[in-house]
Write a protein that binds this ligand. Structure first.
Ligand SMILES: [Zn+2]
Length: 61
């Protein structure tokens, strides 16, 4: 089974860390404790999924 990790970065101190998917929603920086964070995922669960054509579709009969 593949474990999906989410990457975050603190906008306050710049600390970066990962948390396993499915954890608590309230995430704060483990370093400074602030919740001013942003996600820095690299391609995992991004807005652009499935590149290329012919991915689920093209029903030409
Ligand atoms: Zn921080």
């Amino acid at each position: 089974m593949q474990e999906i990790m989410r990457e975050f970065r603190c906008l306050r101190c710049g600390h970066e860390w990962k948390v396993p998917f499915g954890g608590g929603r309230q995430i704060a920086c483990p370093k400074c404790g602030k919740d001013k964070i942003e996600r820095t995922n690299r391609g995992i669960g991004g807005p652009h999924r499935g590149r290329g054509k012919g991915f689920r579709g093209g029903r030409n009969d």
